[in-house]
Design a protein around this ligand. Structure first.
Ligand SMILES: *[C@@H]1O[C@H](CO)[C@@H](O)[C@H](O)[C@H]1NC(C)=O
Ligand SMILES: *[C@@H]1O[C@H](CO)[C@@H](O)[C@H](O)[C@H]1NC(C)=O
Ligand SMILES: *[C@@H]1O[C@H](CO)[C@@H](O)[C@H](O)[C@H]1NC(C)=O
Ligand SMILES: *[C@@H]1O[C@H](CO)[C@@H](O)[C@H](O)[C@H]1NC(C)=O
Length: 403
C-alpha cells in the first residue's frame, strides 16, 4: 500500500509537469505534435471525471463521488484528485528542475512518457458502471447496513440507471427486485427515490418495462400515486407513465389495476400538486392517442365519463399555461374518438365557453413579445380543436334533423 502510493505520487508529479509543459510547448514548438492529441484526451478525461449522468456509457465509466476523491487502495480515484495532491505535495524547485529535464526530452522520449501516463490513467480509472451498480445493489440488499448507506446506494442507482445498457444490466443483477422491495419501505423518501429509479430505468426501454411489469409493480405504483406526500405521488406517477408508454400490455394492466380511477381523481382534485396534475393530463392525452392509433380495438368507457371530460375542460382555464396546453391537446384527442359525444362536451363541459375564454387570453398574450410565438402556436391548436368540435356538433344536429 505504502509503496503504491509513493510510486503514484511520483507519477503524479511527472504528469503534472508534462501537463504544465504541454501548454508552453504546444505554443512554442508545434501544435500538431502528438502532444495535441494527448491534450485532448486529458481534457476529455478530466471532463468526464466530473460526474455527468447524461454522457454516454463509455464516458461515464469513471464515477467520482466527492468524498471518495482520495484513497481508493491508497491511490486516487480521479485525475483531479491526483493533481490536487501533487500540487499540495510537490516542491516547486524540484518541479522546475523536472520540467527543465522534460523539456530536453526528444519527441520519442516524450511519446514514451505520454504512453506511460496514459497507462497510469487507465489504472487509476474508477470502476465501470456495471461494477458500481453491483456495489450499490449489494449495499441495498445488505440489511445490516445503516439506512443512510442504503439511501445513498439508491441515489447512486438513480444516476446509474439512466443509460440504457445499465438499466438492462439491472435486470440481470437482480437490481430491480431490490429496488422494487424498497417501494414498501416505511420511509416516504426511500419509496420516492425507488419509484424514480424504476421510472428512469423503464423510460423508452421495452425490455425493462416488461421485466418490471412482470414483477407486479404497477399496482403498487398506482397506489403510491395517490399518496398525500406529493413528492412520492409525483415520482410514482412518473414511473407509471414510463412503464406503460407505448406499451399495450402495460396499458391493459393499468386499466385492470384501476389506474384510470387514480388518474381521474387527480385530474378532478383542485388542490393537488401542480406537477402531478401536469403529468396526469399528459398521461391522459397519451393514453387517448394510443386508442386513436387503433392499437386497442374497443374504445374504453372511461374516456366518455362525463366527470372526466369536465375535469379536463376545466383544466383548459388553469392558471398554469403548461397545463392549459396539455389539457387542450387531451381534449383534441378525446374529440377524435368515435365514441365521444360532442353534445356532452357542449352541455356538460361547456367546451365552447372554455374555448372562447382561451381565445381572449391568447389574444392578449400575442401582444406580449415574450409569449407571442407560444401564443400563436396555442391559438393554432385551439382553432383546430374548435373546428373538430363544431364539425362534430353539426354532424349530430344534421342527424337529429334527419330523424
Ligand atoms: C509543425 O508540424 C507541421 C506538420 O507536421 C509541419 O508542416 C511544420 O513545419 C511544423 N512546424 C514546426 C515549427 O516544426
Ligand atoms: C453487510 O455490511 C456489513 C457492514 O458493513 C458487512 O460487515 C457485511 O460483510 C456485509 N454483508 C454482505 C453480505 O455484504
Ligand atoms: C386532493 O389532494 C390533496 C393533496 O394531495 C388531498 O389531501 C385531498 O384528500 C385530495 N382530495 C380529494 C377529494 O381526493
Ligand atoms: C364516472 O366517473 C365517476 C368518478 O370516478 C364515477 O363516480 C362514475 O360512476 C363514472 N360514470 C360512469 C358512467 O361510469
Amino acid at each position: 500500500m505504502e509503496r503504491r502510493s509513493i510510486s503514484i505520487s511520483r507519477m503524479a508529479v511527472a504528469l503534472l509537469v508534462v501537463l504544465a509543459i504541454g501548454v508552453t510547448r504546444a505554443d512554442r514548438v508545434n501544435k500538431s505534435a502528438s502532444l495535441g492529441s494527448f491534450w485532448s484526451t486529458a481534457k476529455e478525461e478530466s471532463d468526464h471525471l466530473r460526474w455527468k449522468p447524461e454522457v454516454d456509457d463509455d464516458l461515464s465509466d469513471s464515477v467520482v463521488q466527492e468524498e471518495e476523491e482520495h484513497h481508493l487502495d491508497g491511490g486516487f480515484s480521479s485525475l483531479e484528485g491526483m493533481l490536487q495532491w501533487a500540487v499540495g505535495h510537490s516542491d516547486p524547485e524540484k518541479l522546475k528542475e523536472a520540467s527543465l529535464g522534460i523539456q530536453r526530452l526528444s519527441t520519442e522520449e516524450l511519446k514514451q512518457r505520454q504512453m506511460e501516463i496514459r497507462e497510469l490513467m487507465e489504472k487509476l480509472k474508477t470502476p465501470s458502471d456495471a461494477k458500481l451498480m453491483k456495489i450499490a445493489i449489494d449495499d441495498l440488499n445488505n440489511l445490516s447496513l445503516p439506512l443512510e448507506d442504503r439511501h445513498r446506494a439508491l441515489q447512486e442507482l438513480l444516476i446509474l440507471a439512466e443509460p440504457i445498457d445499465n438499466a438492462n444490466g439491472m435486470t440481470k443483477t437482480w437490481g430491480l427486485t431490490a429496488v422494487i422491495r424498497e417501494l414498501s419501505n416505511p420511509i416516504p423518501e426511500i419509496r420516492t427515490i425507488s419509484a424514480w429509479i424504476l421510472g428512469k430505468a423503464s423510460q423508452n426501454n421495452p425490455f425493462v418495462q416488461k421485466q418490471i411489469l412482470e414483477l407486479g409493480t404497477l399496482a403498487k405504483l398506482i397506489e403510491m400515486a395517490r399518496s398525500d406526500f406529493s413528492e412520492e405521488a409525483t415520482k410514482a406517477l412518473y414511473a407509471v407513465s414510463a412503464l406503460i408508454r407505448n406499451n399495450i400490455e402495460g396499458q391493459e394492466l393499468f386499466y385492470m389495476e384501476a389506474g384510470d380511477t387514480m388518474l381521474q381523481s387527480i385530474l378532478s382534485n383542485s388542490t393537488i400538486d401542480i406537477r402531478l396534475l401536469r403529468k396526469s393530463v399528459f398521461l391522459l392525452a397519451d393514453l387517448v392517442e394510443c386508442q386513436l392509433d387503433g392499437r386497442s380495438n374497443t374504445e374504453l368507457p372511461f374516456f366518455s365519463n362525463h366527470s372526466l371530460l369536465k375535469s379536463v375542460v376545466d383544466l383548459m382555464t388553469s392558471e398554469d399555461l403548461d397545463i392549459q396546453e396539455k389539457a387542450l391537446y387531451a381534449v383534441k384527442n378525446l374529440l377524435l374518438l368515435r365514441s365521444i359525444d360532442a353534445v356532452v362536451f357542449k352541455d356538460v363541459c361547456e367546451l365552447d365557453v372554455a374555448l372562447g375564454r382561451m381565445r381572449q387570453q391568447l389574444e392578449q398574450l400575442i401582444c406580449d413579445d415574450k409569449f407571442k410565438e407560444y401564443a400563436l402556436d396555442m391559438e393554432n391548436l385551439r382553432r383546430e380543436v374548435e373546428l373538430i368540435f363544431v364539425g362534430k356538433l353539426d354532424k349530430v344536429r344534421r342527424t337529429v334533423d334527419f330523424l
